[in-house]
Design a binder for this molecule. Structure first.
Ligand SMILES: [Zn+2]
Length: 291
């Protein structure tokens, strides 16, 4: 038998199954069902998610839940509940970078919350009982039920209970990950080019030549960055080489020097020693190097 694992959103099953278990197995279910029993707002934590109230930092959540993502072929993600926080673009970028290099997580969703006013039709950040603009109590919450944003008034009691329990964190508190620590060969030789792919079935002749001469003929270790991949692009941006890459490939970066002519890079290398191992980083390799 073959089957594909999916990370079920369980909008209704997490509520329904908790309710049924409490009805038929009250003793056993009591210790595992989450939420507020007296209000009937109950749920199960489903799939590969940690409980929403579990006190871990967002990056730890991304890391721990991500350990299962390789097994879930039909797609999986981790929610980062933001509540009313407004992290800067830089904080978001840093968080994504850290998640990419230091975890196996397949997908992250940043999920803020909003209050929508039925009296004045304005929308404010965060969930509140009254409108921040006109004071009306005729408001509704908007946030991600699981995969999509919807009005909280339409949610079942289980999802309402989960919403009350969601621990939100300030993404900005995550410490920046130094790029050099994340890359597998920070101070060495970097070749930026294009790998063989659907668009370039024969690869880029000059990139292959650079790899062959630097790796095989000179016996130097290098990191090859495919600039069509997200990792390669990120590395390119780190060294501010995007403009140059549009005009010329490959680009060879040795220490703090940039060469767009292979001959000059080779001449420079002949006067400077580096390692001897040739390898191209896989994503997993880069991810492990980040710790
Ligand atoms: Zn209002």
């Amino acid at each position: 038998m073959r089957f594909v694992l999916e990370q079920t959103p369980a909008e209704s099953a997490a509520y329904r199954l908790a309710k049924l278990d409490l009805e038929h197995f009250p003793e056993e279910a009591d210790s595992v069902v989450k939420g507020n029993m007296s209000l009937g707002e109950i749920y199960y934590t489903n799939s590969s998610f940690l409980n929403v109230s579990h006190p871990v930092s967002p990056i730890e959540r991304v890391k721990n839940e991500g350990m299962f993502h390789d097994m879930i072929e039909a797609g999986a993600l981790t929610h980062v509940w933001l509540a009313d926080a407004r992290p800067s673009a830089g904080s978001i970028a840093n968080f994504v970078k850290k998640a990419f290099y230091q975890t196996r997580n397949a997908q992250i969703a940043f999920s803020p919350e909003f209050t929508s006013c039925r009296s004045c039709s304005r929308v404010d950040r965060g969930l509140s009982e009254t409108c921040a603009y006109c004071g009306s109590a005729e408001v509704d919450g908007i946030t991600r039920v699981t995969g999509y944003f919807s009005l909280v008034s339409g949610w079942n009691a289980g999802k309402i209970a989960e919403l009350h329990d969601r621990a939100s964190w300030n993404v900005s508190s995550v410490k920046p990950v130094p790029f050099e620590a994340a890359s597998s060969n920070g101070e060495g030789i970097h070749i930026f080019g294009i790998s063989k792919n659907v668009l370039h079935p024969d690869g880029c002749a000059r990139c292959e030549q650079a790899k062959r001469i630097i790796g095989q003929e000179l016996g130097r270790s290098y990191t090859f960055w495919d600039i069509d991949s997200p990792t390669g692009l990120m590395a390119l941006s780190k060294y501010d080489l995007n403009g140059l890459a549009e005009r010329h490939l490959p680009i060879i970066r040795i220490g703090d020097k940039t060469f767009d002519v292979l001959g000059k890079a080779v001449r420079y290398l002949k006067n400077n020693g580096h390692g001897l191992v040739v390898r191209e980083p896989a994503r997993a390799e880069v991810a492990q190097a980040g710790e």
